[in-house]
Design a protein around this ligand. Structure first.
Ligand SMILES: Nc1ncnc2c1ncn2[C@@H]1O[C@H](COP(=O)(O)OP(=O)(O)OP(=O)(O)O)[C@@H](O)[C@H]1O
Length: 278
């Protein structure tokens, strides 16, 4: 088990103490009727194994992005635990990443986990060149030798099928699809164990989308890492993932093999979601 999420919650706004019990899929709402706090993630339990690819689908506002941001520690959880089994710490003892200090979180992001955002401006530093962005991540993972960093950056630029002659150009000069590919190169350059992807191809042209998805799949198989992919697009989920969870009102309402969920959805909401693409 690489990641073990236990009873994870995120409440926005001051809570009355009963928000978790008064919201969720059973109640058909994520806003607490007593105090109006938004329960974005409500007691989520989820496990991800080594090299596993997990998809998260659900309607807008169901808590998908919040769940990823909690795991990456972009935002603080209200309660719960997220255990990461870090084999690089010698004995593979699971660590609750929600208890890590700021310094330890930075190390975790540099060495173990990467995030690819829908908006490249969140994942790339636009003041650095493409190569500079990749170098920043490699340096964060502990490599300090210039020659190694440069050759690794070139290696990853090549992997994402950009001409290596463009390594010193700034993100602004690349197209949206190319910026996403630079994000992928940056994210993978530290050889993470877990890659988080939040709507990685939304807003891109369909043919560009397909190329990027194929690239992500190929790199995952080549390099061997686990992934959590958030998408509202069941086509992307089908293409990339082994296991799928369906979220609604901050809760997980369905979990299973992706093929099984798409062929025989059990929850009424999932049935609606699947029928909408048929
Ligand atoms: N900073 C915030 N302050 C208050 N509420 C927030 C904040 N961020 C998110 N929310 C709320 O939390 C809930 C979950 O949002 P989230 O972005 O995780 O949904 P999502 O499933 O990713 O939706 P989408 O598919 O539209 O991106 C929503 O009701 C949203 O309005």
């Amino acid at each position: 088990m690489l990641l073990d999420i236990q009873s994870l919650c995120k409440i926005y706004g001051p809570s009355c103490g009963q928000c978790l019990d008064l919201t969720g899929d059973d109640h058909g709402r994520s806003i607490c009727p007593r105090c109006q706090a938004v329960v974005a993630v409500n007691r989520v339990n989820l496990q991800i194994g080594e090299d596993e690819v997990l998809g998260i689908v659900g309607e807008s506002g169901s808590g998908k992005s919040t769940l990823l941001q909690l795991v990456y520690r972009d935002i603080e959880a209200t309660s719960g635990k997220v255990f990461f089994r870090d084999m690089t710490n010698g004995c593979g003892v699971p660590v609750n990443i929600l208890e890590l200090s700021l310094l330890e979180t930075t190390r975790m992001r540099s060495e173990l986990m990467s995030m690819i955002y829908q908006n490249p401006r969140l994942g790339l530093n636009f003041l650095f060149s493409a190569g500079g962005n990749i170098a920043e991540k490699i340096i964060g993972s502990g490599e300090l030798r210039y020659e190694t960093i440069r050759s690794q950056a070139l290696h990853f630029i090549d992997k994402i099928e950009l001409p290596i002659s463009r390594i010193d150009e700034y993100p602004e000069t690349f197209s949206g699809g190319q910026q996403q590919r630079i994000q992928i190169a940056k994210a993978l350059s530290s050889s993470p164990r877990l890659l988080l992807l939040d709507e990685p191809t939304t807003g891109l042209d369909v043919s560009v989308q397909a190329r990027i998805l194929d690239m992500i799949k190929k790199l995952q198989q080549e390099m061997g890492f686990s992934m959590i992919v958030v998408s509202h697009d069941l086509g992307i989920i089908r293409h990339l993932t082994d296991i799928t969870v369906v979220m609604r009102h901050g809760s997980i309402v369905e979990y299973g093999l992706t093929d099984q969920i798409l062929e025989d959805p059990q929850h009424g909401y999932t049935q609606l979601l699947v029928s909408s693409i048929l």
